[in-house]
Write a protein that binds this ligand. Sequence first.
Ligand SMILES: O=P(O)(O)O[C@@H]1[C@@H](OP(=O)(O)O)[C@H](OP(=O)(O)O)[C@H](O)[C@H](OP(=O)(O)O)[C@H]1OP(=O)(O)O
Ligand SMILES: Nc1ncnc2c1ncn2[C@@H]1O[C@H](COP(=O)(O)OP(=O)(O)O)[C@@H](O)[C@H]1O
Ligand SMILES: [Mg+2]
Ligand SMILES: [Mg+2]
Length: 345
Amino acid sequence: MAGEKRRFEIGYALLPKKENSFIQESLVNLARSRGVDLVKIDRERPLVDQGPFDCVLHKLYGEEWKSQLKDFRSQNPNAVIVDSPDAIERLHNRISMLQVVSELKIENQSETFGIPKQIVIYDQETLFDNQAWELLKFPVIAKPLVADGSAKSHKMTLVFNRDGLNKLKPPIVLQEFVNHGGVIFKVYVVGDYVQCVKRKSLPDVSEEKLKSLEGSLRFSQVSNLSTHEKNDDQYYKMMHLEDTELPPQSFMTDVAKGLRQAMKLNLFNFDVIRDTRFGNRYLIIDINYFPGYAKMPGYETVLTDFFCDILSMKEREKGLVECSQKKIAGTDARQLLNCEEEGKP
Ligand SMILES: O=P(O)(O)O[C@@H]1[C@@H](OP(=O)(O)O)[C@H](OP(=O)(O)O)[C@H](O)[C@H](OP(=O)(O)O)[C@H]1OP(=O)(O)O
Ligand SMILES: Nc1ncnc2c1ncn2[C@@H]1O[C@H](COP(=O)(O)OP(=O)(O)O)[C@@H](O)[C@H]1O
Ligand SMILES: [Mg+2]
Ligand SMILES: [Mg+2]
């Protein structure tokens, strides 16, 4: 109808757990009120037969899905896929995940950042090889090398001494445990929006405590444990979130922007700890694709703003292409579409 604003359709492909937490009525309604309809992609039918979507949001694993996206992209060159499966894949391995941090260059006088010392172990023999251990000192955290969203990929072991190595199952990453006051910072990134929140983490391990601790301790997703679970366990008691100061927002924003550019991703969060030995040294320990945004205050507005931004950018780009095609045809469409200021040919 004349004068009616164009509506957009975003298709989403998420596992059931993610769909339940992310696709809240409040988000769907807000997006709808701003002209964006969120539509579930039917996993039983080929993606190319659905839509047509202006944008696809997804968090699924595997080659079959990648090839569906490839077909979709070739048939719908104007649709936006958030994000590229190749870019996401880097986060499925805990070594490649953090490699990008070492490549970042951020000018900051007061704060520094990096990653904890770590090595990757592919087999049982190397686990007990003294040479491999030259770089690290106990305690260490053993993390599954693969970070594919499975429950197994979140199963961590805090290892206090050599005895604790016996139960580990390579391939694993051994990362030095860094005392950080029992609080981690989760930095949520949605396009150019950045929000940092505090979450409970593992408590510090003092030199004295280390001597008395036996072997190892297994844990999983500490920052997502309910209060009830934490109180039931000696180890998770006595953590005070309220007293912990957040890192400077401008610093975290710079790191987030750097990561976003380097990884070519729009939807992710990263876990940061503050090294208690230095106070102004921050270590990135984990990067997650499409994290639990519903836990982020104001997620509906943040995500809807992001949808609107990418869709309007897509429309502008499409306008520019049509524009330059019309110019070739001799029409003065550039002025009509107000393209002159864009600085693009
Ligand atoms: O389920 P949620 O909301 O706790 O979100 C999980 C994230 O929690 P967070 O937002 O960082 O607190 C979680 O972050 P952590 O790994 O716990 O730091 C992961 O991103 C997890 O995805 P996956 O299992 O690694 O694929 C996320 O799980 P999925 O929702 O993607 O299954
Ligand atoms: N190097 C480290 N030093 C201290 N604590 C850590 C370190 N790495 C991880 N942790 C703790 O273990 C938790 C889980 O580790 P993480 O790498 O974030 O795995 P996951 O992908 O399962 O969230 C973190 O949230 C943090 O509490
Ligand atoms: Mg984590
Ligand atoms: Mg993770």
